[in-house]
Design a protein around this ligand. Structure first.
Ligand code: PEP
Ligand code: MN
Length: 263
């Protein structure tokens, strides 16, 4: 690959609050609903997650939905609710940024800016988040090769921001039994190629609730620095991705299983 690369493979630790992501012995747990649906919903989930174990609270407020007729997220109001919930349980928050227009607000309220799979190829947006020093979680594009993903990270890093956390979330392949094909080989490859921490999202990576525990175990076993899991207090009535969301009790089983691997 290009010899101008600024991500040389030398290990990079991303600091978020008290967390040193990439340095951790125990995997970073990112959990929360796919979307923030109301103040009560996100507070209720956050309080349950706190009891179980969570390092970073997630929740989408700008949702990149496949259909324009699906719930699009609460926008900035949702971001306030997520912030409040994060503060209440004392953990940093992460939310997705879809456009430059909301960069300032997301950078101000959120501790990590998520660039979603659909925007991995949005080079103007990558350059913009590269010009600030906020940590960025860069999801793999759903059809991205390793090289394309490395170069997307380079777009951010070459603008000055090396606070990047990668996220493997599955790619589209010919098989359609699972929502995506979780490419765990990408974990050690991306760590070696970029030096960046990488976490795995088995929720979007499989789209099947029952697969989240075994694939979380597999992710941690192959060296992932953490997992990001969708958890909902009432998955049946969730406004997005309910079918793949764990209940808090199911999430607890995952957290317990991960302790067994790392202890
Ligand atoms: C999400 O994390 O809610 C999300 C939309 O994921 P992705 O960008 O991987 O589809
Ligand atoms: Mn989702």
């Amino acid at each position: 690959m290009e010899d101008k690369r600024v991500l040389t493979g030398e290990k990079i630790i991303v600091k978020v609050g008290k967390l040193n992501i990439g340095e951790n012995d125990s995997p970073i747990l990112i959990a929360g609903p796919c979307a923030v649906e109301s103040r009560e919903q996100v507070l209720e989930i956050a309080l349950r997650l706190k009891e179980i174990g969570v390092d970073i609270l997630r929740g989408g407020v700008f949702k990149p939905r496949t259909s324009p007729y699906s719930f699009q997220g609460l926008g900035l109001k949702g971001l306030e609710y997520l912030r409040e919930a994060g503060e209440k349980i004392g953990v940093p928050i992460i939310t997705e940024l879809m456009d430059e227009e909301n960069l300032e607000a997301v950078a101000e309220y959120s501790d990590i800016i998520q660039i979603g799979s659909r925007n991995m190829y949005n080079y103007p947006l990558l350059k913009k988040v590269g010009q600030i020093d906020k940590p960025v979680l860069l999801k793999r594009g759903m059809s991205a090769t390793i090289k394309e993903w490395v170069l997307a990270a380079e777009y951010i890093a070459s603008c000055g921001n090396k606070n990047i956390i990668l996220c493997e979330r599955g790619i589209r392949t010919f098989q359609n039994y699972t929502r995506n094909t979780l490419d765990l080989a990408a974990v050690p490859i991306m760590q070696r190629e970029t030096g960046l921490p990488i976490i795995v999202d088995p929720s979007h990576g499989t789209g099947i609730r029952e697969l989240i525990l075994p694939m979380s175990r597999a992710a941690v076993a192959c060296g992932a620095n953490g997992v990001m899991i969708e958890v909902h207090n009432n998955p049946k009535n969730a406004l997005s991705d309910g079918f793949q969301s764990l209940t808090p009790d199911q999430y607890k089983e995952v957290v317990e299983a991960l302790k067994e691997i790392t202890n």
